[in-house]
Design a protein around this ligand. Structure first.
Ligand SMILES: NCCCCCC(N)=O
Length: 358
């Protein structure tokens, strides 16, 4: 790889901390973001039970955030942003296995820019990665002009990257690049030698099918895939297509993949009241009770010795928890209500960014 031996470690590699950003924009979060802030605080507290957390917050929200994040393992720092998706706006940390730590600062365009972006101005979001890397005194690789969100990729730490064509080959990300050129960017920045392309992600995922809401690695050679057996569910063809790829592809080490399955909650819809409380702003993603939300149990974070996963007050919550506990017997699985985060378009993995320890 171009960057002298640096690579993105797997999420299960030890973390020094996890980063989050405090939600506040009223055109993405209902009731001036109060319910979302409570949900984010619950996620931060859950993670803090396993490892340190740093939460970036605006000056205006600093006192409110500190009041809700009062925990010895949580640090609150002032950090400007346009919204709270640090998975996508934060750095992707890379290590060299000899104590080196650096970060990739991808270009960000609010999940599509002028072609379906989720809000108009993303200038502050595009600075988040460099600010976090400065705070950590980490050298930075800036990919000027190459758009990528951290939620659109997963790695096994052994040379394999998992992603979706729906997102990375979307005309609203890098229309100037061929798939091979995109693979080269991933290879050089993350130390990847094999990219596994799933055709599409979860139905109605406003990020254009981020893989972190649909399928992830759970250990080398093993993946977890959101699954439905209902041919009437619009996710059915997406799950079938992903299963087909996962059955035929091999990872960077030549392994066949073991594919675990986890149910999909719902169909989940926002209520009219939940939508009415979101400020309607031209250019910001509208909220509509008729739209099925892309709820997913795959959108969890692996933390030191644990798993922090969303639940949805759904009949499948118990089955999903059993699947996670069976897949990660050596980890404590903690669930946190994910509905308020889902109303904003993502979930626990999307609002977190792990920093590997070195
Ligand atoms: N409204 C913005 C939603 C962004 C979701 C981010 C993610 N990684 O899923």
């Amino acid at each position: 790889p171009r960057h002298d031996g640096y690579f993105m470690p797997a999420e299960w590699a030890p973390h020094s901390q996890t980063w989050m950003i405090w939600p506040e924009r009223p055109d993405n979060w209902r009731q001036q973001a109060a319910p979302a802030q409570a949900a984010f605080a619950a996620v931060a507290q859950a993670i803090a039970g396993f490892e340190p957390v740093t939460v970036g917050v605006s000056a205006a929200e600093y006192a409110n955030a500190c009041a809700q994040l009062d925990h010895p393992a949580i640090r609150v720092v002032e950090l400007s942003s346009n919204d709270a998706w640090v998975r996508d706006t934060g750095p992707t940390f890379v290590i060299n296995g000899q104590g080196g730590l650096r970060g990739v600062d991808w270009t960000f365009n609010a999940w599509g820019g002028e072609l379906g972006g989720l809000y108009r101005d993303w200038a502050l979001d595009d600075q988040v990665a460099s600010k976090i890397l400065s705070m950590e005194r980490c050298p930075r690789y800036r990919t000027e002009g190459f758009v990528l969100e951290g939620g659109s990729i997963h790695v096994d730490g052994e040379g394999t990257l998992l992603t979706t064509e729906e997102c990375l080959l979307n005309a609203n990300r890098n229309p100037h690049l061929q798939p091979e050129e995109i693979e080269l960017q991933l290879s050089e920045h993350l130390g990847i030698s094999k990219v596994i392309w799933l055709p599409e992600g979860l139905f109605n995922d406003e990020t254009d099918g981020h893989v972190d809401n649909f399928c992830c690695f759970v250990r080398p050679g093993e993946v977890l895939l959101a699954w439905t057996d209902d041919p009437q569910d619009p996710n059915y063809p997406r799950c079938q297509a992903a299963a087909e790829v996962l059955a035929t592809e091999r990872d960077a080490q030549g392994r066949e993949l073991i594919v675990h399955r986890i149910p999909i909650p719902g169909p989940i819809h926002a209520t009219a009241e939940e939508c009415a409380d979101v400020l309607a702003v031209d250019g910001s993603q509208a909220r509509d009770p008729a739209i099925r939300l892309a709820g997913s149990y795959v959108n969890f974070l692996i933390v030191n010795d644990g798993i922090v996963a969303p639940c949805f007050d759904d009949p499948r919550d118990a089955e999903a928890l059993e699947v996670l506990q069976r897949i990660f017997p050596e980890r404590r699985v903690v669930t946190v209500p994910g509905r308020e985060i889902l109303l904003g378009g993502g979930n626990i993995h999307c609002i977190t960014q792990q920093q590997p320890s070195v």
